[in-house]
Design a binder for this molecule. Structure first.
Ligand code: BGC
Length: 911
């Protein structure tokens, strides 16, 4: 075994206890001899992981920042934060709301505000300065702010308004006109329209959110957004127009409140209510459904509905404006939307590739994605254009929508016949590669159809490429699949009649997703959704929000715990553990309550969706991997995690309690599933053995035989997997942990069934749900992240970028690339909370070149492949000339050097 195991998959991180060999005691700069003359800046200030957020409702928000310097090995020894209630106070360094004083700490993310009680609606300004490891003080950072939203439910004066029964299922158009006669100093719109809304003032769309707000269990929580609307209220007579669609809620309901403060100090609030001249009608969106699509009849447009104060006097419409009615509240409390809103993140122009029948045009975006199409057209009033979305084509060239099951995924536009018309849907989205356009008045030309990619606007954080082109394509395929499945929850697929946040899939998806995207806010929201499904007895549901599956969820749903643990690990967010600790424990207690003789007594999905020949009678349940093995293994895993969390939170007695549950479960697991005869677990297949090794439950005397059985099984299958959504991850990781990374590499680069290469060879651009190519009307999604854990393997084992949970938020981490016979180079990066981490390596003529970038205020253990430390150079100089590099010791094939921030070019001899 090589010793990577604990580093990459342990519960408790890894402490390198190796002797210090070369090195000076402190890090020193290589660029500047005069310490006083160097500069470092405190930048990228964030509050609750967002830049200058508005409408925050966290009363002790977490603050973070980064440090930038030209010099190497810069780290923070202390910081000071001040928070003021005005820019003026802040500029005189008057922290009248909070002055942390000088705090000795290296932490620069997840720092909890600890000042005066924060008040609704107030904008607070803040800045930070730090002291470096030599006690040199930085300048104050540029100021940042956070603005509070409505902290108390009583801050909401607005009623929920809605619907007239005969309009059930339609988008409703709400409007109100009002006058402003005084100079405005500040104006905020707090709004929640469920399922989805769009807000307009005087004809202008406010903000760039689409499909807002994020989905929740509406009887528990409703997310509201906050907009600064000062710049839209520049005239005396104003009109608010709001469209509200059924979305995931089903019946449009609206609650909003516009709060205006005038320059003279007075204020006014305009709220949705039954008594203040809000009116409602229906309009051109005559059908709106997430799954089926949208129908827009442009002849039904009501010109000026959201900008013209006199609309009521106009009679050229069939539908009249009605008074709104106050409706029953949906039940949930009002909560500020903390995650990034869904937005249009990219626009692409698809190619017209075929006209399989006269007037039927097929457009190809060249990649599967989530979003919608916009059209530009000119034609006769009343003519209809239909857009059908699909992931595949029939042999005759038309779109095959069978695998969307009951989702019609069809949009329709009916022309008003007024010259050039442009349209795109507002409240639906599709998962597709192909668009079939029918009824276009002429052959569309390039650009008449455009495609908008739509998803939660989280930042991309990962990049990977290497000397194997197939691996590069697999990486892009996984990244694209993840991107298509971030729609305020991590969905299983974007196209068919499902789109649920499945907790079983997420147990292995989280790692991949965390490398590729900044999910600091996204997961903080989704874990709330999971907790909202939790019952008194501790059980959670299979999907969050709960629409599909069961409650209790399959015990493989360790994702509930991992959302918190990995947010702590990657982002230094300790609060997320604290906040959810009770619920997380209750889930583990629930699983424990379901044990009989230590074995968890139920399973539903287990290692879901292995290749068909290893599935039970044509289902997606594994034939050979006992469900109860998976369930019991995850109880062990989760109990260990709780005990680790208890250590982090210093919850003394829980450490013991959950360790003891873990140990009892381990004993029961071994008792039931260890097979002395085969020297393996369960059916001795890839899943059972890799999972047992991953858990760390295998007695040390048996490890070798379990590893050998795993390796032999993979070889017997000619380097193909027999695993489903969960154990695929463990097979690759365990092989690599035990020194068989070249075998893992062969699995990864396989091109025959079942493999990722097979998907690509058959035209996949996003991951399939099944290892088989299937296009019929069942579980056959072509954009399904659950088999994508190979991508975290690229980051963890090929680049070797590994967070260290004992020093969360990348305060310390490792760069530990494995060496592969058939790979010559790899390079990539991960944008961490501390800044950019880079790793690029190349094998050439017996030498290993390793280029790494370590962000400021971070320390990395860099694993340099060589048996002879004396062969290592950095920037062409021997290590003993590089005082800022500490040699920690030799570990097998690697020399371990510890470095502070900066760019380093290592070269070592390795044969
Ligand atoms: C989902 C999968 C999920 C499974 C569990 C399917 O419908 O698409 O992602 O793992 O259900 O039953």
């Amino acid at each position: 075994m090589n010793n990577h195991k604990l580093l990459r998959i342990s519960f408790s991180g890894y402490v390198v206890l190796l002797f210090v060999f070369l090195m000076g005691p402190t890090f020193a700069g290589n660029k500047s001899k005069n310490l006083i003359s160097y500069n470092f800046d405190v930048t990228n200030l964030k509050c609750e992981y967002a830049t200058n957020p508005m409408g925050l409702d966290v009363v002790f928000p977490q603050l973070s920042w980064q440090i930038e310097s030209e010099k190497r090995a810069v780290s923070q020894a202390a910081y000071q934060i001040i928070v003021s209630d005005s820019q003026a106070a802040l500029s005189t360094d008057d922290g009248n709301i909070w002055d942390s004083g000088k705090i000795k700490s290296q932490r620069s993310s997840g720092i909890k505000y600890d000042g005066k009680k924060l008040k609704s609606r107030i904008r607070y300004y803040w800045k930070v300065k730090i002291w470096d490891q030599n006690n040199i003080e930085s300048e104050w950072s540029s100021p940042a702010f956070f603005e509070m939203g409505l902290l108390d439910q009583d801050d909401w004066a607005a009623d929920w308004i809605g619907d007239l029964p005969k309009w059930t299922g339609r988008v409703q158009y709400f409007r109100k006109s009002f006058s402003v006669v005084k100079e405005i100093q500040k104006a905020r719109f707090y709004i929640a329209g469920i399922g989805y809304y769009e807000l307009f003032i005087n004809g202008n769309k406010i903000g760039d959110h689409v499909l807002d707000p994020g989905i929740t269990s509406y009887n528990k929580k409703i997310l509201y957004s906050t907009y600064n609307v000062e710049d839209f209220l520049l005239r005396k007579d104003n009109v608010i127009g709001i469209t509200v669609a059924p979305g995931w809620y089903g019946v449009p309901k609206l609650r909003g409140q516009l709060e205006i403060t005038f320059a003279d100090g007075s204020d006014t609030t305009i709220v949705t209510s039954g008594s203040s001249q809000w009116s409602v009608s229906v309009g051109p969106i005559i059908q709106s459904c997430i799954y089926d699509g949208e129908i827009y009849d442009a002849r039904e447009e009501i010109s000026g509905w959201n900008s013209d104060v006199n609309i009521h006097n106009k009679t050229d419409r069939v539908y009249q404006w009605k008074n709104v009615v106050v409706v029953n509240p949906p039940g949930g409390i009002m909560v500020a939307q903390k995650q990034e809103p869904i937005k249009v993140v990219d626009v692409v122009v698809p190619e017209l590739i075929n006209e399989p029948k006269a007037g039927v045009y097929i457009f190809d975006t060249r990649e599967n994605m989530a979003g919608w199409a916009s059209i530009q057209v000119e034609g006769d009033r009343g003519s209809e254009i239909t857009l059908k979305f699909a992931e595949s084509l029939y042999p005759d060239g038309t779109v095959n929508q069978e695998n969307l099951r009951s989702a019609a995924a069809t949009d329709k536009y009916i022309l008003k016949g007024a010259g050039k018309e442009s349209w795109e849907p507002s409240f639906t989205y599709h998962g597709f590669r192909y668009i079939q356009v029918e009824g276009f008045p002429y052959r569309p030309t390039k650009g008449d159809i455009k495609v908008k990619k739509v998803r939660s606007a989280v930042a991309e954080t990962g990049r990977f490429s290497c000397s194997n082109e197939l691996m590069n394509r697999i990486h892009q395929m996984v990244q694209r699949t993840e991107a298509s499945n971030l729609h305020s929850i991590p969905t299983d697929c974007p196209q068919r009649d499902e789109r649920m946040g499945w907790l079983n899939d997420m147990t292995v998806r989280i790692d991949q997703a965390l490398y590729n995207f900044d999910l600091s806010r996204f997961y903080a929201k989704w874990i709330d959704d999971v907790e909202d499904t939790q019952k008194e007895e501790g059980s959670i549901a299979d999907t969050a929000p709960f629409h599909w599956g069961f409650n209790p969820a399959d015990p493989v749903s360790a994702s509930y715990l991992l959302l918190a643990l990995q947010s702590y690990n990657f982002y230094g967010n300790e609060e997320i553990i604290r906040e959810h600790y009770k619920g997380l424990k209750a889930w583990v207690d629930y699983l424990y309550s379901r044990t009989e003789n230590g074995i968890v007594g139920y399973s539903r999905w287990g290692d879901w969706s292995p290749p068909l020949e290893y599935s039970l009678d044509g289902t997606a349940v594994s034939r050979d991997t006992p469900g109860k093995l998976m369930s019991t293994g995850y109880l062990y895993y989760c109990a260990k995690i709780i005990s680790q969390m208890a250590t982090i939170l210093e919850m003394g007695q829980d450490i013991e309690r959950y360790n003891s549950i873990a140990q009892k479960t381990r004993a029961a697991y071994n008792n039931k599933f260890w097979n002395e005869e085969t020297g393996g677990y369960g059916s001795n297949n890839q899943a059972c053995n890799s999972f047992s090794l991953f858990l760390g439950v295998v007695d040390s005397v048996n490890i070798q035989s379990v590893v050998e059985n795993l390796v032999n099984d993979v070889i017997e299958h000619d380097h193909h997997l027999t695993t489903g959504n969960l154990c695929t991850k463990y097979v690759l990781e365990i092989l690599s942990e035990y020194g068989y990374q070249d075998i893992a590499y062969k699995i990864v680069t396989q091109e025959t069934y079942p493999s990722w290469g097979y998907m690509l060879a058959n035209g996949a651009t996003t991951l399939w749900e099944r290892w088989e190519l299937k296009t019929g009307g069942a579980m056959n999604s072509h954009n399904h992240p659950m088999l994508g854990s190979v991508d975290s393997w690229f980051y963890k084992y090929v680049l070797g970028i590994l967070p260290d949970i004992s020093n969360p938020g990348f305060e310390k981490f490792s760069i530990h690339p494995l060496i592969f016979n058939e790979l010559n180079f790899a390079e990539g990066e991960y944008i961490s909370v501390k800044g950019k981490i880079k790793c690029a390596w190349e094998k050439r003529a017996g030498f290993f070149n390793l280029h790494v970038t370590i962000p400021e205020n971070s320390v990395a253990d860099v694993y340099i492949p060589t048996k002879n430390i004396k062969t290592i150079t950095e920037n062409d100089q021997r290590l003993n000339k590089r005082k800022e590099i500490k040699f920690l010791g030799q570990e097998g094939e690697y020399a371990i050097c510890q470095v502070g921030s900066g760019d380093y070019n290592f070269k070592s001899k390795c044969d």
